[in-house]
Design a protein around this ligand. Sequence first.
Ligand code: NAI
Length: 285
Amino acid sequence: MKPLAEVAVIGAGTMGAGIAQVTAMAGYPVRLFDVEQGILDRAMVHIQQNLSKGIERGKVSPEQQRLSLQCLHTTTDLATAADNAYLVIEAIPEVLEAKQQLLRQLDTLCPTDTLLCSNTSSIRIADLATVTARPENILGTHFFNPVHIMPLLEIIITKQTDPDALQRIQQFARAIGKESIVIQDFPGFATSRLGVCLGLEAIRMLEQGVASAKDIDKAMALGYGHPMGPLKLTDLVGLDVRLQIADYLNNSLTGTNFQAPELLRQMVKQGKLGKKSGQGFYHWE
Ligand code: NAI
């Protein structure tokens, strides 16, 4: 990657803030965009707190915190965010039409060699690439939550992806300290397809009374060595996010069972979205 290349991150929610943080920590100037300044201010507070926790734990130096914060700029003007960006990563909600609309805009605002990447957790990248005039420069860059801790970057390529674009993203992954894997463009890729499958089955088991949430999670944590059980992980990701992915995969993959359990739909309707709402399969303070 060119030295000091500008990176734009679109959407300053859970994932966008995290992606902006790790990118700035690697020294890239970052322009973080969202639709309201209040959201951007909250994201900056969150990033600052994360970096301070890093200092307490001896993982980040005060100088690193200062330099990272210096690299971060916020804006509510998409043209300012996109202007001359080397790389744009979108992390707006998991809604195909919204992502397509954003990519159409970015396609007209960014230089033709800017890589436009999506942090989608399930949507086929080709369905995003086709709305732009640069399908060869569109890739999936799927980060994991919390971004500053999870070491993986899942890169998704389509049949049209330029090998040079892939190389540029692999280089970016190394620069921000992530281990990358390259996945072909199937809905749900590798991680979400496997992770959501396990999560939905765990909810079905809870619904059927097979065991308590705690014991279902313990089964996978202690029996299979997973760092966290599938229900707790669903709480962390957000039940609404998981439901959107399940519905998308159910409609786009054949020969698999991604039908969302009724319990998941009910909990989302009741606002039990997991950690972010304080209540999911567990109670969160
Ligand atoms: P979020 O709801 O926390 O944040 C989304 C942000 O996008 C909000 O701040 C919202 O104001 C902003 N936004 C909405 N429409 C916009 C637009 N048109 N332009 C700019 N900003 C816009 O969502 P979250 O959880 O960060 O997810 C974002 C993406 O990352 C989704 O595609 C999701 O599937 C994916 N993802 C989520 C993970 C998670 O654990 N939450 C993990 C990996 C991927």
